[in-house]
Ligand binder design. Structure first.
Ligand code: BGC
Length: 544
């Protein structure tokens, strides 16, 4: 597993919820022992890193992002020993493990907050952000617009207001206090020492508040991250920070620092533009966002994704683009949540296998480390009638039997109902049935991942976007060392032809990577390709 320490660049990450993956003890919710039993499935799928949603003790009012003890395991998910066993078993299979570090806030049930609110004199008081009026930091926006009216909440115990950027039961920690920074480092150290390979830094733009600003991306916030990175580098090697900063590319760029802050950051603005491009049948949104994406330090990497455990966020688009996305992807308004859409990939693509494949083909060939969301490899559906974001967190569908093979519990006992409609329900969509067929989405996804991992050109290469006249076709060259790959994708629902200017690679032979077949050599004339609806090609360019 060792190498140059940049394992996260060559990773294919799979995001999952321990609670939703496999329930081996029949109590209705998944746990670490269950997940460990499914590691062979994940290894066979080809992913080499897992990102786990929060599994710490928590009242679960934000599905675990409301932590009440940072260095333990929620009893419903097992024990620290179970976690260690899971970690060892993952590492044995060459799979790295990324966990959540929710630094910005705790649960209001955390003993730190309980002490802080107990009296104004308590030594922990200054661990949180307090005020006697709601007039402070008025320029900070509200993130959970569907539930919160203010970023201040009244604490009846100490008779003052506390600051929270998310739910009001998640008070923000005060990172101006050095003791809080120390506590954050101790938590980080605890998990790294145990063997965790990477941490997703939840909600990092909001660590510090300053009057007269948006309270996002402040220099003081970057100081905190640089401090934590320095401590991590002094003590450990090959650990990774992944920043969750839902911001514009120029602001996210700051989270990489000079290679001395976060190793990775999600590319939030790219994601909705991939959906826009396929709907508009036009490459423009994707090309535009790459043009606005700055260079990043050599040791850093973007994290790219189609869907995750949250709503498909539309914070990083214009108002007009957001309206377009709602019109096209959330005609049933129940699908809307906050500034986003709570749906999974397959329903967003109206169950169209070709579109699902194309989106995954883009994801696996664009610059950055791809992140798959559990269940999307079999085309799972969602349930927009469940509250909050729960509709995209339903149990994994393993087979067509009792509780989809997820659990032996009584169906009523499950933490969430299973998807059961005739189109996406577990009898139609499950791992067992897809494992049997070479042409299932699961088998296809496995091949795609294998191909992606076959060359570092995808994980480390540069990207040059070509500009064929036909704007329904997106084409780019990825290049790393002596290797070159040409990716050509038809974003439209109809057959298209495109003429590519490949003069620079004259004399090379394109080899189609899925089948290994040779295409005509590149000559002086523009290279003509025809593509069926939503079809895409990956060509290795071999010099003669
Ligand atoms: C997570 C959400 C969570 C929020 C508050 C986010 O960025 O992805 O699921 O609700 O942080 O912790």
């Amino acid at each position: 597993m060792a190498g140059d320490g940049l394992w996260y660049k060559d990773a294919v990450i799979y995001e999952l919820h321990v609670r939703g993956f496999y329930d081996s003890d029949g109590n209705g919710a998944g746990e670490f022992r269950g997940l460990t039993l499914k590691l062979d499935y994940l290894s066979d799928l080809g992913v080499n890193a897992l990102w786990l949603l929060p599994f710490y003790p928590s009242p679960l009012r934000d599905d675990g992002y409301d932590i009440s003890d940072y260095t333990n395991i929620h009893p419903a998910y097992g024990t620290l020993d179970d976690f260690r066993m899971f970690l060892d078993e993952s590492h044995r299979r060459g799979i790295r493990v990324i966990t959540e570090l929710v630094l910005n806030h705790t649960s209001d049930q955390h003993p730190w907050f309980q002490q802080a609110r107990s009296s104004r004199e308590n030594p922990r008081r200054d661990w949180y952000v307090w005020s006697d009026s709601v007039e402070r930091y008025k320029q900070a926006r509200i993130i959970f617009t569907d539930t919160e009216l203010s970023n201040w909440a009244w604490d009846p115990v100490s008779k003052s207001y506390y600051w929270h950027r998310f739910f009001s039961h998640q008070p923000d920690l005060n990172f101006d206090n050095p003791a809080v920074r120390e506590a954050a480092w101790e938590v980080m150290k605890f998990w790294f020492e145990m063997g965790v390979d990477g941490l997703r830094l939840d909600a990092v733009p909001y660590l510090v508040e300053r009057e007269g600003t948006s309270c996002e991306n402040l220099p003081e916030t970057h100081d905190v991250l640089k401090y934590l990175r320095r401590r991590a580098d002094e003590t450990f090697s090959e650990k990774m920070f992944l920043a969750e900063a839902n911001q514009w590319p120029r602001d996210v760029r700051q989270y990489f620092g000079d290679g001395d802050e976060c190793h990775m950051a999600f590319h939030f603005p790219l994601m909705p533009r991939m959906f826009m491009a396929i709907r508009l049948e036009d490459r423009k949104p994707i090309v535009d966002i790459f043009q606005q994406t700055p260079e990043i330090p050599a040791t850093c990497q973007w994290g790219i994704f189609l869907r995750n455990h949250d709503e498909l966020t539309l914070e990083m688009v214009t108002d007009e683009e957001r309206d377009y996305m709602y019109d096209e992807f959330a005609r049933d308004t129940r699908a809307k949540l906050n500034l986003g859409i709570r749906r999974r990939l397959a329903p967003l693509m109206e169950g169209d296998r070709r579109r699902v494949e194309l989106m995954n083909g883009l994801l696996m060939s664009m610059p950055g480390t791809p992140i798959l969301y559990y269940g999307d490899e079999i085309g799972m559906g969602d349930n927009i009638y469940l509250g909050d974001r729960n509709g995209v967190r339903t149990p994994m569908q393993w087979n067509g039997g009792w509780n989809a093979g997820f659990s032996n519990a009584d169906p009523e006992q499950l933490y969430s109902p299973i998807i059961s409609n005739p189109v996406y329900g577990y009898q139609a969509v499950n791992v067992e049935s897809q494992r049997r067929y070479d042409h299932s989405l699961l088998s296809w996804t496995k091949r795609l991942i294998r191909l992606r991992k076959s060359s570092r050109v995808f994980s480390r290469g540069t990207m040059e976007i070509l500009k064929p006249q036909n704007h329904r076709v997106l084409a780019y060259i990825r290049e790393f060392g002596n290797e070159r790959v040409l990716v050509v994708s038809n974003l439209s629902s109809q057959a298209q032809a495109a003429e590519l200017d490949l003069k620079r690679w004259k004399g090379s032979i394109p080899i189609e990577m899925f089948g290994g077949n040779l295409f005509p050599p590149i000559g002086d004339l523009p290279y003509l390709l025809t593509l069926g609806p939503y079809q895409f090609y990956w060509f290795r360019l071999r010099r003669l």
